[in-house]
Write a protein that binds this ligand. Structure first.
Ligand SMILES: C[S@@+](CC[C@H](N)C(=O)[O-])C[C@H]1O[C@@H](n2cnc3c(N)ncnc32)[C@H](O)[C@@H]1O
Length: 263
């Protein structure tokens, strides 16, 4: 069994209704909680468990007892600083009203920063290959209301459950301003992050020629890669690396205007 959904430990009518809604939207079984711990449910059912808790949806991959749930994460502090100086914004050349495709949505922190920066005229599409992660983040972006300054930016993000290359391939030439990719690092970074519970479950695919070619084809301004500072993908796929001293990850950029300019 792939995933099941259940209620909070002490279910209310609201929690049960929410769990039933998740069951129907994700086409996964609804299981009575019956005061069992998540560990017990993992043991008995042998599947990932989603919990429709009072305030949020929690995802417990099989064998993991820490929940994964939506939270603005790094976007909370990055949007309190001058966003123009955020490395993603600087490197990408994103401007107000632009369109941004995030190939690897994850917790959506980068997409929230981009969305806040490009404003209400902008468009943000986030692709996420893992169905449950995409669902938890889509619900979080639609419902989270604890950071009023980010609400509009979160609501604007369109989440699509798809592999990045499939989405890119379906889009016309030169149809977006910036395409961004942040695949899972192959080298683990020791960090206290809400992403830790799904590190082993998230899609760990790495960049391919087709992925980068499709990104360049649809991007008018730039294609941006974030990767571990030891990654050789920057050079391998033609990204100009922007070194950030004392940081564990770097950004790289392909300038599409230059690349596509006639000789
Ligand atoms: C490192 S995380 C991205 C974090 C994200 N930038 C953020 O701000 O939270 C990578 C995410 O992309 C997803 N992913 C990896 N490869 C993908 C692909 N080829 N297409 C779509 N999603 C992918 C993973 O499942 C994971 O959720």
């Amino acid at each position: 069994m792939k995933s099941v959904v259940t209620t909070a430990y002490r279910p209310t009518d609201g929690s049960r209704k929410k769990a039933e809604e998740v069951s129907s939207e994700l086409a996964i079984p609804f299981i009575e909680r019956n005061k069992r711990s998540v560990e017990k449910l993992h043991e008995v059912l042998g599947s990932d468990v989603l919990v429709a808790a009072k305030e949020r949806l929690e995802f417990y991959p099989l064998g993991i007892s820490e929940p994964f749930f939506f939270h603005p994460n790094s976007s909370a502090f990055r949007t309190k600083r001058l966003i123009a100086n955020d490395p993603l914004i600087e490197v990408s050349g994103l401007q107000a009203g632009d369109s941004f495709v995030d190939c690897t949505l994850g917790m959506a922190s980068d997409s929230i920063v981009a969305s806040q920066w490009i404003g209400e005229e902008g468009i943000v599409v986030g692709c996420e290959a893992h169905e449950t992660i995409a669902y938890v983040i889509k619900k979080g972006l639609a419902l989270y209301d604890k950071m009023p300054h980010l609400i509009d930016a979160m609501r604007r993000i369109q989440v699509i459950h798809t592999k990045a290359v499939d989405y890119l391939t379906s889009q016309p030439d030169d149809s977006v301003d910036v395409v961004y990719m942040d695949p899972m690092f192959t080298e683990e970074i020791v960090e206290a992050s809400n992403f830790v519970p799904i590190r082993a479950t998230a899609n760990t695919s790495q960049l391919t020629d087709a992925w980068v070619e499709q990104a360049i084809r649809i991007a008018r301004k730039s294609v941006v890669l974030k990767a571990h500072f030891r990654s050789t993908d920057f050079e391998k796929f033609g990204f100009q690396r922007r070194i950030r001293p004392n940081t564990k990850f770097h950004y790289g950029v392909i300038n599409c205007q230059q690349q596509k300019a006639p000789e």
